[in-house]
Design a protein around this ligand. Structure first.
Ligand code: NDP
Length: 297
C-alpha cells in the first residue's frame, strides 16, 4: 500500500527499506504539545492510577504513565493496593478518586487480580474521568460514534497510522485479537466514518489466519503470541502494526517477526518503541481532554 504525505520531514527506514513507525518520537511530540497546552490552563490536570497487586510489568507501565504525565506538566497520583485487597476496599478508593475534584483522570491498571469484580470497579469511574476509555459508557459512546474518551492503545495505533500518512479509506484492515482493551475498540475506530477501512477481526478460532491476514493493507496483531505473524501472513506493501508484548529470555518480543516481515511491509512498528509509547501518549492526551470536559462548560 502506498503511503500518503508524511507529516514530518525525516523518516527512518528498516534495513530492507520499510518505513519505521516510530512511536517514541511521536509520543515525545504529543507529550510536548500537551505540555504547551497545560501551561495555559487555570489549574493543573491530575492523573490518578490505581495499581492492585505486585505484577512487575504493570508496575513498569504505571511508572511510565506517571513519568509522561509529569513531562506533560500534569500532576499524578499512584494509589497502590495489595493483591489481596477486598472488593469493598478497592471500591472505596475508586469512589474517593471519583468524587475528588482535584483528580482529572482515573485509570485502573489492567488486569486486576481475579478475585475482584473488575467490571464493577470500572463502573465506578465517572465517564468524564475515564481516561482509559474502558467503561461501558465510554465504549458505548465510541460504538455510537459520539464524542468520547477512546481506549489508549487502539487510539495510539490510529494516531500512528495517521501521523505517517497511511491511507485507510477503502483499505482492508485485519485486526488479530478481539479483546475489549485492544482488538474490538480498534476495529470500531478503523471502521468509523472518516477512517473508512473495511475491517476483519480475527481471533483464536479463525481458520486460515494466514489467508485472512494476507488480505490486509493494514495488519494489526494484538494477541501476545510471540513472533506469530510471519512473512507469509503479510501482503507485499502492507502496513504492519505490532501491539502484542511477550516477555522471554530475549526480553520484550512482539507478535510480529520483525526481521522476516520488514522485507514485505511498506511500514512497520518496532517493538519496543512502537505502540507502547503511543498508548501512554494517548493517555496523556486523554487526561487533557478529560480536564476540558470538566472545566469548559
Ligand atoms: P487478551 O488476552 O485479552 O486477547 C488476546 C486476543 O488474541 C484474543 O482475542 C485471542 O482470541 C487472540 N488470540 C490469541 N491467540 C491467538 C492465535 N493463535 N491466533 C489468533 N488470535 C489469537 O489480550 P489483550 O488484548 O489485553 O492484549 C493483547 C496483547 O497486547 C498482549 O500481549 C498485551 O500485553 C499487549 N498489549 C500491548 C499494549 C501496548 O501498548 N502495546 C497495551 C495493551 C496490551 P480469543 O478471543 O479467541 O481468545
Amino acid at each position: 500500500m502506498t503511503s500518503g504525505k508524511h507529516a514530518h520531514a525525516t523518516v527512518q527506514r528498516t534495513a530492507s527499506g520499510a518505513l519505521l513507525l516510530d512511536g517514541t518520537m511521536l509520543r515525545n511530540q504529543m507529550v510536548a504539545a500537551v505540555r504547551h497546552e497545560v501551561a495555559g490552563l487555570s489549574n493543573t490536570p491530575c492523573l490518578a492510577t490505581v495499581l492492585i497487586g505486585n505484577d512487575v510489568p504493570s508496575q513498569v507501565y504505571v511508572r511510565n504513565k506517571h513519568k509522561q504525565a509529569q513531562l506533560a506538566g500534569m500532576t499524578s497520583r499512584n494509589e497502590t493496593l495489595p493483591h489481596d485487597v477486598s472488593q469493598s476496599q478497592a471500591e472505596d478508593l475508586i469512589g474517593r478518586l471519583a468524587s475528588d475534584p482535584k483528580v482529572t483522570g482515573i485509570l485502573v491498571q489492567q488486569p486486576v487480580p481475579p478475585h475482584l469484580d473488575g467490571e464493577r470497579l470500572l463502573s465506578l469511574i465517572p465517564v468524564e474521568k475515564d481516561v482509559d476509555g474502558l467503561t461501558t459508557a465510554s465504549m458505548g459512546r465510541l460504538l455510537r460514534g459520539l464524542d468520547s474518551l477512546v481506549p489508549c492503545t487502539p487510539l495510539g495505533v490510529l494516531r500512528l497510522l495517521q501521523h505517517y500518512g497511511a491511507l485507510t479509506a477503502g483499505k482492508r484492515a485485519v485486526v488479530v485479537g478481539r479483546s475489549t482493551l485492544v482488538g474490538m475498540p480498534l476495529a470500531v475506530l478503523l471502521a468509523r466514518k472518516g477512517v473508512d477501512a473495511t475491517v476483519t477481526v480475527a481471533h483464536s478460532k479463525t481458520p486460515d489466519l494466514v489467508e485472512v491476514c494476507r488480505e490486509a493493507d493494514i495488519l494489526v496483531s494484538a494477541t501476545g503470541r510471540a513472533r506469530s505473524i510471519r512473512a507469509e501472513h503479510v501482503k507485499q506493501g502492507a502496513w504492519v502494526i505490532d501491539v502484542g508484548i511477550s516477555r522471554g529470555e530475549q526480553g520484550i518480543v512482539g507478535d510480529v517477526d520483525f526481521d522476516a516481515v520488514q522485507s514485505k511491509a511498506a511500514a512497520i512498528t518496532p517493538m519496543p518503541g512502537g505502540t507502547g509509547p503511543m498508548t501512554v501518549a494517548c493517555l496523556v492526551e486523554n487526561t487533557l481532554s478529560a480536564w476540558r470536559r470538566q472545566n469548559v462548560r
